[in-house]
Structure formats: structure tokens, C-alpha cells
Ligand binder design. Structure first.
Ligand code: DON
Length: 587
């Protein structure tokens, strides 16, 4: 095989001069690398797949090598991750796929987000006192929305792919039936999740050895029931999941565990192809996921606000720069809490939220020297519209890019790592706990501290508001230059924002943009999260300006990105989490 995987490792930190073990895919591509760069990407002139798990990236790259396009590779990678990255790769969850079609120069947004079951209701997570029962919302069978992943991946393949579903599913079926070697990351994460997963017999059986013993690195994990489910999908398409045996197994699991998903819910599940939300930043343009994701709107809104300042002049991760970022984040997340929800149920004022003059008015509320308090910052659109009249831990992202220039930027999830923790007995896969992304009660925070209201209240068939932000960036000639996205719950939008600013404002290559330390603020709670590696000087100046800093550093996200520089594709698997890989196609 002519494809070599390059696995990026370990940690990013204060002394992060050496982070990436990324090797050029062949010796000839080394000449294209920037000699001054401290972080190097994987390079290819053909095609590339970057995902959180190396075997799955290889599956996608093999599909490219076999003549498949970026969509074929993305769908094969998605099904492979459902086997090799069970905490986030999934059949029982949902997600969003941005597709760029080179020939038509067109970007498409595929919404395969979970839907609330028909018998769901607004107050289903409230206890007798009217308080939110977080256990019910996050860790019970009631926490699962109707899964969208299988429908979404098959939709993308049928409409935009080129290879037969049997060929696309073959690698995933083989990985499940013959097993694959557990890596450190999977072994660690299963140990961490053991308390929760041991509570459910099927989950314990599928992800632990006899007597609940752990799989250690190098052990073979075979998932026979999952392989049978994948075979049914391969043979029957969507009906192999949403009808017949798999559907019966899901409903039986619901009945045993007290969940709501019915046969009717499953057969009614629908993928929606939506207009992406697009905006500009300086001479660049970008397209990202529209509602039911809040990601695209608030990414563009923050860029619009920040376009009013000379960020380059402030310097990367200086106190002044971070201050402006935080204030833009504060305004955007305040708006998110009020205006965002499923567009099929609530009117989301998209064009107003991404309006440049609205952003300008928000930028004028930023005092360059002083932090605002979030309690004094309210959702701002209504006031702005009046003045105009006077005059949501674990998701996974992957990117694929083929030699024709087609691109996929895909983020999908079970919500928390291993979702609700409940696997479907007999079917081999875990169910999501995405219902917690709804606002169970106005003003109550979800698992990511996000506050919402009526726009994101639970209703049958509604999709919970998301922060997932698969994004594609274009240069001034309208040529795509970057595909990116990340896990991280509420932090997703601000991480993608920093990837874009690192690229545009600070001219960083994709590997450096990925490794650079990140911050996050989401209006409420009024606190700055930051990674190791942000200068202590910047932090102390921020504190003097009145910002509230969290007491501990945290790791923010795990981007899996591909950029284009001239004729080269440059890929970077985020070094923050183990096991990720950028794999290039060499022919
Ligand atoms: O859709 C959302 O916004 C969340 N369910 C994403 C969850 C997530 O990113 C967890 N990962 N760390």
C-alpha cells in the first residue's frame, strides 16, 4: 500500500516547540514544507483524510485511493469511526456534514441531527418540584433523540458519492467482525467510562471483557452484533437500521430501559439538506452549519464583530487580542441563549444576527480596556432591531478532500462520551443523550453550562440546538482554503473562530494554527477557560481588566483540519488527544 499514516501525538503546552510527529507522506513532499514553521502538517498533492482515529482515517484514504471522492471517503470514515471510536463515532447519534462540490462550486449543509421522539414533551425532564432532573436528561433512555447518523451518511453517499454502499461499508464491517487493536486512547477512555457503562448490561458486554475487565492497548476488540447491524445497513440501506430487525432491537431496548423512541419515530426520521450560513471576513468568505446548529451563525457574528478591530496589530494571544475575542464571544453567546433553536419550529433571525451593522453596534459596546460583566450583557438583537426601525463531553470531527477539489467537513456525536451509556442489546451500538441539548427549563443550564429558552424548548420531532460547527473557508477567488471543525460542546464555536483567525490574521500554517493555545468564553458562566500555553502576562492583564479567569487550565477541542496551499493539501490532526491521524493519498 502506498499510503502512510502519520499519527500526531500527545500534548500541547508551554514548552510546545516540539509537538507533532507528523511526517510528510513521502520524501518528495518534504520540499514543499515551510522551513520556518515550528509545526508541520501532513502534505499531499492528491487527497487527504484527517480524523480522530488513525484506522478510520486510513479507511477513508483507501477509499480515495480506490477512486472514490471526498464524500465516499467521508461516509466510509464515518462508519469506520462508529467501530473504532465508540465514544463519539456512532450509529446511534447524529451530526452535520458540510459538502463542497468543486464542479458546481457549491456548498451544501446536510442536517442529520437527532429528533425528539413523538411522545416527548416540554417538561419531560422536570421533577415534582419543577427542577431539571439532570440524571434523566443526560443518563437515562429518555435522553436519546431519534438517531440520524445512518440516514445522514447514506443520504450523502447516495446523492453525492460515487461508490456502492457495499464497498463503503466493507471496511467497517471487517473492523467490527474481525476486530481491531485497541489503542491507548480507547483503553483509557473505556476505563474512565466504566462506572457508567457497567451500569448497563449490553454496554458492559460490548466494551469490557468478562467480569468487566478492561481492554488494554494491543488487545483485540471484536464487535459481532455491531457487525451484523452494519451488514443489514449494507444490504438494505436505511431500512436496515430504521426498519426491520435493527428498529425492533432499538424499540425493545427502549421498552426495557424506559425510553420513548418508537417504530414510528424511526421510520419517520428525515435528513434535511439546508442552505449553509455564509459570511465574509476581510477578503475571505466562509460557509458553516445553519440552525439547528448555532455554530455557523455565531461564528460569523463573532468574525463580523472582530473585523472592526486591528487584531494583527494587537498580536496573537496578547491581552488586548484575547480581551476583544472574549467580548465578542460574550455578545454572541448571549444572543444564542434567546434567538436560536430548530428553524422548523422557531423563526431564527439569521440574516439579522449575521448583519455587519448589527456586529458593528456590538463592537462599539466593547471597552478596549475593561471587561463587561455578563450579567450586564443581554441578548442584543431586539434592541438593535428597534433602533434600526427608528431609522449546549464528546463529539468528533473529520475532514476529507479529494483530488478533484471536493471537500467534506463533518462533525457528528452521541453528545457526551459514550452518549447515554446505554447500548442497544443485540444491535451493538450506543445511544445518544442529545435530548440534554434542549433547554429543559428556561434559564437552566445544560451539560455545557448553556442557557436557553422557548426557542430551544422540547417539542415532538424538534431537533435540539447544537454548537457543532463544521466549516469551509474560501479565499478572495472563492477557492476553498480550509476545512475544519472540532468537538467540545459549547466551546466548538469559539475554537473554530480561533482556527480561522490564526489562519487569516496571523498567517499560521494549519499545524501551527491547530497547536496554538486557545481560550473560551460563553457569556454564562462569566468565566474565561484557557489552555496551558497562554502567557501569564496576558492572563494577569486580563484579570486587571476585570475578567474572571478559571482557576485551572483545560484542553479545548480537537480539530481535524485540511488546508490548501497552492497545489498542496496540508492536513493536521490535533495533538491534544491521542490517536488522531492525517492520512494522505499519494496517487
Ligand atoms: O451538538 C452539540 O453542540 C453537542 N451535543 C456537542 C457535544 C460535544 O461536542 C461533546 N464533546 N466534547
Amino acid at each position: 500500500m502506498n499510503i502512510k499514516a502519520s499519527i500526531t501525538g500527545i500534548l500541547v503546552g508551554l514548552t510546545s516547540l516540539l509537538v507533532s510527529h507528523a511526517l510528510a507522506s513521502d520524501s518528495s513532499s518534504v520540499t514543499f514544507l515551510d522551513k520556518n514553521a515550528r509545526f508541520h502538517p501532513v502534505v499531499s498533492q492528491h487527497g487527504m483524510v484527517v480524523s480522530q482515529e488513525a484506522i478510520a482515517s486510513q479507511v477513508g484514504a483507501d477509499i480515495l485511493e480506490a477512486g472514490g471522492n471526498a464524500i465516499d471517503a467521508a461516509v466510509a470514515t464515518g462508519f469506520a469511526l462508529a467501530v473504532t471510536l465508540p465514544r463519539a463515532g456512532n450509529l446511534g447519534g447524529g451530526g452535520f456534514m458540510m459538502v463542497y462540490l468543486a464542479k458546481e462550486n457549491k456548498t451544501i449543509a446536510i442536517d442529520y441531527r437527532e429528533m425528539a421522539p413523538l411522545s416527548a414533551n416540554r417538561d419531560m425532564f422536570l421533577d415534582s418540584k419543577g427542577d431539571v432532573d439532570n440524571n434523566k436528561a443526560r443518563f437515562s433512555a429518555l435522553s436519546s433523540g431519534v438517531p440520524g447518523t445512518v440516514a445522514g451518511l447514506l443520504y450523502a453517499l447516495e446523492k453525492y458519492g460515487t461508490l456502492p454502499v457495499t464497498e463503503i461499508l466493507k471496511p467497517a464491517i471487517k473492523l467490527a467482525s474481525q476486530g481491531f487493536k485497541v489503542n491507548y486512547d480507547l483503553s483509557d477512555s473505556l476505563i474512565l467510562a466504566s462506572k457508567r457503562l457497567h451500569g448497563h448490561s449490553a454496554s458492559k458486554k460490548y466494551f469490557y471483557k468478562k467480569q468487566g475487565k478492561y481492554y488494554l492497548p494491543g488487545d483485540l476488540l471484536i464487535q459481532s452484533d455491531l457487525s451484523s447491524t452494519l451488514k443489514r445497513i449494507s444490504e438494505q440501506g436505511g431500512s436496515g437500521f430504521y426498519k426491520g430487525q435493527t428498529a425492533d432491537l432499538i424499540v425493545q431496548q427502549m421498552q426495557r430501559s424506559g425510553g420513548l423512541i418508537s417504530l414510528e419515530d424511526l421510520s419517520n426520521y428525515g435528513v434535511v439538506e439546508r442552505e449553509p450560513v455564509c459570511g465574509t471576513y476581510q477578503q475571505y468568505s466562509l460557509c458553516a452549519m445553519p440552525p439547528p446548529s448555532s455554530g455557523g451563525i455565531h461564528l460569523i457574528q463573532m468574525l463580523n464583530i472582530l473585523e472592526n478591530f486591528d487584531l494583527q496589530d494587537m498580536g496573537h494571544n496578547s491581552a488586548a487580542y484575547l480581551h476583544h475575542l472574549i467580548e465578542a464571544m460574550r455578545s454572541a453567546y448571549a444572543d444564542r441563549s434567546l434567538y436560536l433553536g430548530d428553524p422548523d419550529f422557531t423563526t431564527v433571525p439569521i440574516s439579522q444576527l449575521i448583519d455587519k451593522t448589527y456586529a458593528k453596534s456590538l463592537s462599539q459596546q466593547i471597552n478596549p480596556l475593561k471587561a463587561r460583566l455578563s450579567k450586564d450583557v443581554n441578548p442584543g438583537l431586539d434592541r438593535w432591531v428597534e433602533s434600526q426601525a427608528n431609522e449546549s463531553e464528546e463529539t468528533t470531527h473529520y475532514s476529507t478532500w479529494d483530488k478533484h477539489g471536493n471537500i467534506v467537513s463533518n462533525t457528528y456525536t452521541l453528545n457526551f462520551a459514550y452518549g447515554s451509556g446505554i447500548a442497544v442489546e443485540g444491535a451493538g451500538f450506543l445511544l445518544n443523550n442529545e435530548m440534554d441539548d434542549f433547554s429543559a427549563k428556561p434559564g437552566s443550564a445544560n451539560g455545557y453550562g448553556l442557557i436557553g429558552g422557548t426557542a430551544n424548548a422540547i417539542q415532538p420531532k424538534k431537533r435540539p440546538l447544537s454548537s457543532m460547527t463544521p466549516t469551509i473557508l474560501f479565499d478572495s477567488n472563492n477557492n476553498p482554503v480550509l476545512a475544519t471543525g472540532t468537538p467540545g460542546g459549547s466551546t466548538i464555536i469559539t475554537i473554530v473562530l480561533q482556527m480561522i483567525l490564526n489562519t487569516i490574521e496571523f498567517n499560521m500554517g494549519i499545524a501551527e494554527a491547530t497547536a496554538a493555545p486557545r481560550i473560551h468564553h460563553q457569556w454564562l458562566p462569566d468565566i474565561i477557560s484557557f489552555e496551558n500555553g497562554i502567557s501569564i502576562d496576558s492572563l494577569s492583564l486580563l484579570s486587571q481588566m476585570g475578567h474572571n479567569l478559571s482557576t485551572q487550565t483545560r484542553v479545548l477541542g480537537s480539530t481535524q483540519s485540511i488546508s490548501r496551499k497552492g497545489n498542496n493539501l496540508e492536513g493536521s490532526a490535533d495533538p491534544r488527544r491521542q490517536g488522531a491521524a492525517a492520512v494522505s493519498q499519494n496517487h
